[in-house]
Design a protein. Structure first.
Length: 187
């Protein structure tokens, strides 16, 4: 679709491209930035850059990692412009809340009110712990585990080798585990 737009300046193809990635990319940006308003702005800026830089796209590359690279860079720029730090927020639940699903799966289906409260506390703890991760670790974690990207795609987006993505994921999970144990939540 992108190639069709790029070669023929096919505006309907570009529109289809925007609609194809709208939900997925907007969700990523919303989690990355912690703000739906900023995510909307960055989403628009991302596709503006795709439009403007279409000639610079390497034909041998896959479109999705290139798109996420642009989106991530636009998000970083937006954070700098707004002088905000710690922008990732997992507080607002979405229909595909992976953290919530994981906690619910571990907790089981038949929950008492106490168990539901405990699960919600665990969700809040996980969200806060992910927010406290360094940007490099949090970015790798969100791309691979939440966006479902393959290591190679995440590496392309982050502009690092695949081994670096793997080590960042390992470090992120290790930090989360250590933080969980230090908080007294040892099962």
């Amino acid at each position: 679709m992108f190639r069709r737009f790029r070669s023929a300046q096919d505006e309907p193809a570009f529109e289809s491209l925007v609609h194809r990635y709208e939900t997925e990319l907007f969700g990523y940006l919303k989690r990355y930035l912690g703000s739906a308003e900023m995510a909307e702005d960055v989403f628009q800026a991302t596709f503006l850059q795709v439009y403007l830089k279409k000639e610079g796209f390497d034909e041998g590359r896959r479109f999705r990692p290139w798109l996420y690279t642009i989106a991530t860079n636009q998000a970083i720029d937006a954070q700098r412009r707004n002088r905000r730090h710690r922008m990732v927020s997992l507080d607002q639940r979405t229909g595909d809340d992976d953290v919530g699903a994981l906690v619910e799966m571990l907790a089981g289906r038949d929950e008492t009110a106490d168990e539901r409260l405990s699960c919600e506390e665990a969700r809040q703890w996980v969200r806060a712990a992910v927010e406290d991760l360094p940007d490099t670790l949090r970015g790798a974690l969100l791309l691979v585990y939440h966006q479902g990207m393959k290591y190679r795609e995440a590496a392309d987006v982050l502009g690092v080798p695949v081994g670096t993505v793997k080590s960042r994921l390992h470090s992120a999970l290790l930090k989360l585990n250590q933080s969980w144990q230090a908080s007294g939540n040892i099962p």
